[in-house]
Design a protein around this ligand. Structure first.
Ligand SMILES: [Zn+2]
Length: 265
């Protein structure tokens, strides 16, 4: 009887925490409360920016702010049009450029995005940067970090709640969050970035860049440059390596859908 009751309770919890990823419509279950994850992630983010001073002026800085602002506005528009704006209700979009040489970028829950200077020779221009930022903004909106962190917490911390974990095991919790976004190497582990998450972020990113006025036809060329020049040490953007061919095919297959959102030629 008791187990039946528990089963029903678990069922209710899963049902009530079930949400749908924008664009793909994939159902998500067992997510941590997003608001708790956002505040815990903020600690990691602020620590990262303390160690890696953001660039505060210049052409590259201006470009990151400009493209980031357009992509975030487009993403918010998409969510508004599809009545999913509550997914970003605790977000405060922020786009920072840091002087690191790695060809990397990542986004945290809550809309905290970091671009490494080393990726700019590969993005080449604003459209290339829009591909990267569309992809990263999509990860945050799709709550991929949340899925990774909740899965890892279930494995290593026995599924205790995030706030309990953060106060009882602050270092372990921070390590998991850092590992989920591939930032820093102090954690010693990198949670695997799944093909499913990458594919979702690619599709959503194509729509966001198109809505922001950037030609989504340029995306495949960027990923090809990234694949050639990114090197092995790019945990986030090339996590699907070596399935570069599949990524390009998927992007080309999705292009007609993305082009419906593109006003240019
Ligand atoms: Zn990614």
């Amino acid at each position: 009887m008791r187990s039946l009751f528990l089963l029903a309770l678990v069922g209710i919890m899963i049902f009530s925490s079930c949400t749908k990823v924008p664009v793909t419509g994939r159902r998500q279950v067992n997510l941590l409360p997003e608001s708790a994850l956002i505040s815990t992630s903020l600690t990691s983010y602020q620590e990262f920016l303390k160690d890696n001073k953001p660039i505060r002026s210049g052409r590259d800085y201006d470009m990151v702010k400009r493209v980031g602002g357009k992509i975030a506005a487009a993403a918010n528009d998409y969510l508004r049009q599809h009545k999913q704006l509550k997914r970003v209700k605790n977000f405060k979009w922020e786009f920072n450029l840091v002087g690191e040489d790695a060809a990397n970028a990542w986004a945290m829950p809550g809309g905290k995005v970091v671009v490494y200077k080393g990726i700019l020779p590969i993005t080449k221009d604003e459209t290339g940067l829009a591909v990267v930022l569309g992809h990263e903004v999509a990860h945050a909106i799709a709550r991929h970090g949340n899925e990774r962190v909740s899965q890892q917490m279930g494995l290593t911390l026995g599924g205790i709640g995030l706030s309990v974990a953060a106060s009882n095991k602050p270092q372990e919790t921070q390590d998991i969050i850092n590992a989920a976004y591939g930032l820093g190497t102090s954690a010693g582990v990198l949670l695997p970035f799944s093909r499913k998450h990458e594919s979702e972020a690619d599709k959503m990113g194509l729509i966001f860049m198109a809505m922001a006025g950037y030609n989504p036809r340029e995306a495949a060329a960027f990923w090809t440059r990234m694949n050639q020049k990114g090197g092995a040490n790019v945990p986030e953007l090339l996590s699907t390596h070596p399935s570069h061919g599949t990524r390009i095919k998927d992007i080309n297959d999705f292009l007609p859908t993305a082009l419906q959102y593109y006003k240019g030629k």
